[in-house]
Design a protein around this ligand. Structure first.
Ligand code: NAD
Length: 492
């Protein structure tokens, strides 16, 4: 049965954190344990899970509510820093948890879940299971009449593995839910700094007039991880860095940095602008694509050992030079790079402004330019490098100093920036889709990605080896050096 969508009934609960039931399908899985449950506990502590709101874990694992509470207690203690002996909040949170043994593919548990549903509260269903179960869950939710017009579903990546599969998935979900009920999560968008990037761009007069190819030399986006693929090897070997990171996380960051100002900070206004960015992306020339694969070092296995395939052609590193064909960005390259087993874990965007047109200080003062760096992890914050006179005697020597807009500095010790899942789960409850990907965005991103993947597959390209715990293959550095540029350091 397909629910008829009525917009007017939805509007009434937008923006509020009222009473809700959050059903987590896959409530015993890794994502639930590490991210969803700790995030909800922190929001509970912040007073955003008013009684009688509930989290209902639903999974195949055979246990009762008491056992589930014990399972969640252990998870929270592992992933949330709770002062010793201060368990009252945790116990109060656990009292709002229930569990149902349920099979997405069979009939087990659905009648029980139906009996647990309560009226007059927001219902959110988190699909924290493999994408192979999305269709089953969507169908069962309707078969058992569990959703109302303003119920929401949350789906995790991977959202398809190419345009065709993404379209299929979108069609499956659209058969049961209106687009405004579907929350495709990309946790990068929930990061405080990513939203701060929009505040910096659109809340200050200072930056926006300079935010174009006339003043910006180039933009770098880096997402570097130190971990390898062990534990996710089967999925990763089929995906690679392009599908796992570039098509979603890096693309979303690119959209936010490059988009036109939306008329309002509202879901569709923001997502319309992001979509225009993706559609303005040019195809990437093969010589502007660098793919790499980590080799063993310091006692850790190589990529090929990790995935058990000594002829694997899947990339664990990728660097790209992209261009946007629009008025704002014509001529400004965007360099994207992401990799596993890199030197350090670091995600950041660097906006490199052009040099001043003429140096009045002479050649000995050196060339200096402004850089805006937005760090997403490990320490979220924004810095702007400005040029000043080096203090002291000895003439006019220039140096760059950072103006630091990190949260700890600005908000004081003990300030708590909610983590991405905290914010995004509460946005689901509030009914705010601004930070979630729309169907057409996902499809446009695949439409740009697919030909690049097909290109290297048809050429039989093999990724270049790189030493683990470095900055990736030499080709990545050359990609910028050819243009007279350098990657900004991962360590700084
Ligand atoms: P997992 O394998 O650890 O957990 C899967 C969960 O689904 C378990 O609770 C299991 O009981 C349940 N399940 C499996 N088959 C079921 C069925 N037939 N009926 C009902 N429940 C069933 O997986 P995970 O790592 O938690 O990942 C869940 C989803 O989130 C996947 O789509 C994954 O790609 C995505 N994701 C995970 C992470 C992460 O950090 N773990 C990050 C991003 C995205």
């Amino acid at each position: 049965m397909v629910t008829t969508w009525r917009r007017e009934t939805f509007g009434s609960r937008i923006g509020l954190v009222g009473i809700f039931d959050l059903v987590v399908f896959g409530g015993t899985g890794d994502l639930a344990r590490r991210k969803i449950l700790p995030a909800l506990f922190k929001r509970f502590c912040a007073g955003q899970m008013p009684k009688p709101s509930r989290l209902i874990g639903a999974a195949r694992t055979d246990m009762d509510t008491e056992a589930y509470r014990a399972f969640v207690r252990i998870a929270i203690k592992e992933f949330v820093d709770i002062p010793d002996g201060d368990d009252a909040a945790l116990e109060a949170f656990l009292a709002q948890l229930e569990y149902v043994v349920l099979d997405a593919r069979g009939d087990t548990g659905w009648a029980t879940l139906q009996g647990m549903m309560a009226p007059d509260r927001v219902r959110a269903f988190y699909f924290s299971v493999g994408p192979g179960l999305f269709e089953d869950l969507a169908c069962k939710l309707h078969q058992w009449n569990l959703t109302e017009d303003d119920s929401r579903i949350v789906v995790e990546k991977p959202f398809g593995r190419d345009l065709e599969t993404a379209q299929e998935l979108n069609a499956i979900l659209a058969a049961h839910f209106h687009e405004s009920q579907i929350y495709r999560i990309d946790h990068y968008l929930g990061k405080e700094t990513v939203q701060n990037l929009m505040a910096v761009r659109f809340g200050n007069m200072l930056f926006e007039p300079l935010w174009n190819s006339q003043y910006i030399d180039h933009i770098q986006i880096t997402v570097a991880e130190t971990v390898g693929v062990a534990g996710r090897d089967v999925y990763y070997e089929r995906a690679g860095a392009m599908r796992d990171m570039v098509q979603n996380h890096l693309m979303q960051l690119l959209c936010l940095i490059a988009m036109e100002p939306p008329a309002k900070f509202e879901p569709d206004a923001v997502r319309d602008e992001k979509l225009k960015v993706i559609r303005a992306l040019d195809p990437v020339e093969p010589h502007h694509i660098v793919r790499g694969q980590y080799t063993s070092a310091d006692g850790v296995a190589s990529y090929r050992e990790d995935v058990g395939n000594d002829r694997s052609k899947t990339e664990s590193f990728m660097a790209l030079k992209c261009h946007l064909s629009n008025w704002r960005w014509a001529g400004t390259p965007f360099y994207l790079r992401t990799g596993k087993r890199m030197e350090v874990r670091n995600s950041k965007i660097t906006v490199v402004f052009k040099d001043a047109p003429h140096s009045i200080f002479g050649p000995e003062a050196g060339r200096h330019n402004n850089e805006l760096t937005i760090v997403l992890q490990p320490n979220e914050g924004i810095t702007l490098d400005v040029t000043i006179k080096e203090p002291g005697q000895g003439g006019m020597r220039l140096m760059d100093v950072p103006l630091d807009m990190s949260f700890a500095e600005a908000l004081g010790e003990g300030s708590h920036a909610p983590d991405a899942y905290e914010r995004l789960i509460m946005d689901v409850i509030r009914g705010n889709q601004t930070l979630f990907m729309r169907n057409d965005e996902v499809e446009a991103a695949w439409a740009w990605t697919d030909p690049l993947i097909r290109g290297w597959e048809s050429r039989g390209d093999v990724p270049k080896p790189y030493d683990s715990f470095t900055t990736g293959p030499d080709g990545a550095a050359q990609l910028l050096r050819r243009d007279g540029r350098e990657w900004r350091g991962l360590l700084s």
